[in-house]
Write a protein that binds this ligand. Structure first.
Ligand SMILES: [Zn+2]
Length: 340
């Protein structure tokens, strides 16, 4: 990449970082660990083929999905059933045939659209989005942890159904592992350049040399240059698409900031979330995760919150134990490509 292109990339990065700093300074502070976790996720999942993702799943009446979901929520807290009915009725949680599944909290109130498929997948999408609704707020900790909470409850509901001997053919665990792997693969294409920019400022053709001062990695000149090219192209595409959709006339700062975050920095939520959910499924408890969902917006530091659910983030074995949890699930839910 030439000097002019680095200049253009730095212009984008300066803008992106000023937005990320405003959006969630805590998450930006944790960029180094996020990069490491994404690398771990990718190195464990690479060259694996996940089970049954393209299978066609049995049709399940929505009344069955809904009744099991209500029973599960009732067993946690009867008030959750009232809240579920409430949110389905007031339209904040919209179950439809032709809607894109998403959670949107950008307006003055949140709406959740769910594409209904009439398989067990509906149950997992519904519980996932419902827990986002339960802890909806704009706090930094919630931003970092809400995917972990929602993913945990997908798994907990799956375990509940299996315990009840209900046949569930939708492979929620391998589906989640695969989609998080997909996101980590994108994140690692530019995350080290993000980290370099955060630590050393404007990038040039020699910045790759600094990575070993920040993380236990090395970065070759070729890979660095290739990743900078990818990142610059991604920035250009995001800008182009934003302008195509909103046009410079209707420029909306809030919408623009959300687009930047979603384009460059949302993957960490699912990467950390999947690690957290797998770890808490094995070593934590449902009670602790309910507590986390209900208290994630308390004015506590991230370290204090995690400590309350039994996670000491300074524990030197934490990374190894979490990686082992992921490794075990990947082993169970996928096969090496070669065995095909
Ligand atoms: Zn989510």
């Amino acid at each position: 990449m030439g000097q002019e292109e680095y200049k253009e990339l730095n212009r984008y990065l300066n803008e992106i970082f000023s937005i990320l700093e405003k959006q969630n300074p805590v998450a930006l502070e944790l960029l180094g660990p996020f990069c490491e976790w994404a690398e771990i996720f990718c190195s464990i999942s690479r060259n694996r083929r996940f089970d049954n993702l393209d299978a066609s799943f049995c049709a399940v009446p929505f009344t069955l999905v809904y009744s099991e979901l209500k029973q599960f929520l009732y067993s946690i807290n009867p008030i959750y059933v009232v809240k579920l009915e409430e949110v389905l009725q007031n339209g904040m949680l919209n179950l439809g045939e032709d809607v894109e599944s998403q959670f949107d909290s950008r307006g003055s109130f949140a709406t959740i659209d769910i594409q209904r498929e009439y398989t067990w997948k509906d149950a997992f999408v519904l519980i996932h989005e419902f827990f986002h609704y339960l802890n909806d707020s704009n706090t930094n900790n919630r931003d970092i942890l809400t995917e972990g909470i929602s993913i945990y409850f997908e798994f907990a509901f799956y375990d509940y159904l299996i315990d009840k001997k209900i046949t569930v053919d939708f492979p929620i665990i391998s589906n989640r592992l695969f989609s998080t792997y997909f996101l980590s693969s994108d994140f690692i294409k530019y995350s080290l350049e993000f980290l370099l920019f955060k630590e050393v400022g404007d990038l040039d053709q020699f910045s790759y040399q600094y990575i070993s001062k920040i993380l236990p990695f090395t970065l070759s000149k070729e890979v660095y240059s290739h990743e900078c090219t990818y990142l610059l192209e991604k920035c250009r595409i995001v800008e182009e698409e934003y302008l195509k959709e909103y046009g410079s006339k209707n420029f909306d700062q809030k919408e623009f900031e959300e687009t930047i975050k979603e384009s460059f920095f949302f993957e960490y939520q699912y990467i950390m979330g999947t690690f957290l959910a797998l770890y808490m499924r094995k070593y934590g408890s449902l009670e602790r995760m309910v507590w986390l969902s209900e208290n994630v917006n308390q004015p506590l530091s991230l370290t204090e919150l995690l400590k309350k659910i039994g996670i000491e983030d300074k524990n030197p074995n934490l990374k190894m134990t979490m990686s082992k949890c992921l490794w075990e699930e990947i082993e169970k839910n996928s096969v090496p490509f070669k065995q095909r």
